[in-house]
Design a protein around this ligand. Sequence first.
Ligand code: ADP
Ligand code: ADP
Length: 231
Amino acid sequence: APALSIHDLRKTYARDGAKTGVEALKGVSLDVMPGDFFALLGPNGAGKSTLIGIVSSLVNPTSGQVHIFGTDLVRNRSAAMRLIGLVPQEINFNMFEKPLDILVNYAGFYGVAREEALVRAEEELRRAQLWEKATVMSRTLSGGMKRRLMIARAMMTRPRLLILDEPTAGVDIEIRRGMWKTLREINEAGTTIILTTHYLEEAEHLCRNMAIIDRGRIVEQGPIKALLAKL
Ligand code: ADP
Ligand code: ADP
């Protein structure tokens, strides 16, 4: 089964006092294969956050189907969610905790035994180039380190699909490169990754396949190299 399969997905946000709502998604269909590094590219307001919100169960779709590795997201939500790791845009860990504790506590919240959590935490901190910072106060980490810690945390539940909504929005090129390296290693180790971005350059550097979304519709979809040749 595809890592993510979306069929005719629609989302209309209700507007108070208005007969018609905002049609954020107007019938989106999309397949992302296991192992892919997939970019959803589009300008502001295109519907990227809405699509990611639906896939991560934060937003209810108006209609349509979503399957995660064959599991129906609407009918079997908790099983589907166990397959997903989500990296939120906002850094939201406790700045007065240490990276190691942040990761171990997060895994514990999802039912991972402490011993196993410690093994995973070391692996993720090393992959995010944060092992040397495992026991410093998180407040003292650089901006790039904080972003990579967000990625490391999402990996603690061993998701098969990692989802990032504009992971590098508003960060400088140095920080972006560090995040790219971590994400590439995660993908090379077998995790499927989907990210949204409005930087074509980011999609080009990182991803294999891409869908371009504009005003709630997919306007192009396929291997990035083929799409770039058309643009
Ligand atoms: P993107 O992430 O590509 O910038 P969004 O999914 O955030 O796009 O937004 C798509 C459209 O839906 C926009 O017109 C936006 O204003 C609208 N929208 C997004 N979230 C809401 C919401 N909670 N309520 C009403 N309209 C929304
Ligand atoms: P994005 O990160 O996609 O740019 P925004 O900053 O536009 O998101 O939106 C922040 C929050 O406000 C989100 O929860 C989004 O769903 C909501 N939102 C966005 N557009 C609208 C809108 N037109 N009306 C109501 N809520 C909105």
